[in-house]
Design a protein around this ligand. Structure first.
Ligand code: GLA
Length: 399
């Protein structure tokens, strides 16, 4: 991936994403189906002669920040936005032991992604800053290795997330969704039929991943792991090592219904719910991928409906506001809708056909308009998206 730009000034764009299906299963090593969107984070960068990174955010709520590129960078207080820049810089320096003479940069950062909305604004910031730092230092980047490094980097802010967001932010392909596989990371672009159209609809409740939603998220990752260990102990052949993965489990027992029944019988109710969601969501990703490849909008929409219901009833990450958005979308003529991202607030992704999308948007706008929080713009909480390209250096800074 090109990270070189023959100028001391350049701009970088890193997109947000929606996950079409495969929610809360990336950290269990199971495949997911996201796409990059046209909105994202843009950095206008001027390379410096020293190793200082000096940041200004276009949004005045976020105060300027300054630090030096090093293998150990003092974090800003928890939730501080500059941690999403400190993290990739620190990770990149650590990834090049022995290299000296790092060059920093002055950057102005602007984003048209609603924050804490489940659209990966944090991964866009991490990947965009990582790409800016790599470009300033003329590092060659290999997309898969870069995506993995950025996923590790983001764990610096304390969320034990899977690698979906950084992968699609780096590897998104125009007109395509991507099936993302893990261990090893692999991305396969799947063309989205031109008659399919998507809307992002905010629940008007934010979900701060480095804040309140973090505990709920991290708890889910632990529960999924505990459920796996308990079931693995029951199905694995005697003498098998206990370092199991969901993928190995699904290879061992291919009858997913039988596996779900086993989970319900053997696990306590909470772990059973998490387990059945994980196994059934993995199956839905497979069904949805086939539907996408065959332009089968109805099957894709059914998989979305089942995914949302499972996230709500078994995984406990929806909210009354997200459920309401999904119902509103379907009532407004959409074919499918589900929460996207971690949940606990944030956005839903809505599936329509191209010839009905503007009518669906109009009907949804009429519902949103009287409920808009003061200062919010309708176009920032309800907008159409198309499958887009991943992070890139887009050119010299405007003079
Ligand atoms: C967040 C995480 C992802 C993934 C989703 C839920 O966006 O960053 O890794 O776990 O939640 O699917």
């Amino acid at each position: 991936m090109p990270s070189r730009f023959p100028s001391a000034s350049f701009r970088v764009f890193a997109p947000g994403r929606v996950n079409l299906i495969g929610e809360h299963i990336d950290y269990s090593g199971l495949s997911v189906l996201p796409m990059a969107i046209p909105r994202g984070v843009e950095l206008t960068v001027t390379v410096r002669d020293d190793d200082v990174i000096s940041l200004r955010n276009d949004d005045e709520r976020y105060s300027p920040s300054r630090f030096r590129a090093a293998a150990d960078i003092e974090p800003a207080p928890a939730g501080g936005w500059s941690n999403y820049v400190r993290a990739p810089v620190q990770a990149t320096v650590r990834d090049h032991p022995g290299r000296a003479g790092w060059r920093g940069f002055d950057a102005t950062i602007r984003s048209d992604l609603p924050a804490a909305a489940g659209l990966s604004s944090s991964a866009a910031m991490v990947v965009g800053s990582g790409l800016a730092f790599a470009t300033a230092n003329e590092l060659g980047l290999e997309p898969v290795a870069f995506a993995e490094l950025m996923a590790d980097a983001e764990r610096y802010v304390g969320v034990r997330a899977g690698g979906m967001d950084q992968a699609i932010c780096v590897g998104g392909t125009e007109h395509c969704a991507s099936r993302v596989d893990f261990s090893p990371l692999r991305m396969t672009a799947i063309r989205v039929p031109s008659r399919w159209a998507f809307i992002v609809a905010h629940s008007l409740v934010t979900a701060e991943k480095a804040g309140a939603a973090r505990a709920g998220y991290n708890q889910r990752t632990t529960e999924c792991r505990r459920a796996l260990e308990a079931i693995w102990a029951r199905v694995a052949p005697p003498g098998t090592a206990d370092a199991a993965s969901y993928r190995e489990l699904l290879a061992l027992e291919t009858d997913t219904d039988a596996l779900c029944r086993l989970g319900e019988r053997e696990l306590d109710p909470v772990l059973a719910s998490r387990f059945v969601h994980t196994i059934s969501e993995a199956q839905r990703v497979r069904t949805a991928q086939i539907a996408l490849e065959h332009d089968d909008l109805d099957s894709f929409a059914s998989a979305m409906a089942a995914s949302h219901a499972s996230l709500r009833d078994r995984f406990g990450v929806s909210s009354p506001q997200l459920d309401r958005v999904v119902e509103l979308a379907l009532r407004s003529g959409a074919r499918g809708a589900r929460l996207t991202g971690a949940g606990f607030g944030g956005c839903a992704i809505v599936l329509c056909t191209r010839d009905t999308v503007s009518g669906v948007l109009d009907r949804m706008r009429a519902d949103y308009a009287p409920r808009l929080p003061r200062g919010a713009q309708l176009d920032d909480v309800l907008f159409a998206v198309t499958p887009s390209q991943g992070a890139r250096v887009i050119g010299p800074s405007p003079a």
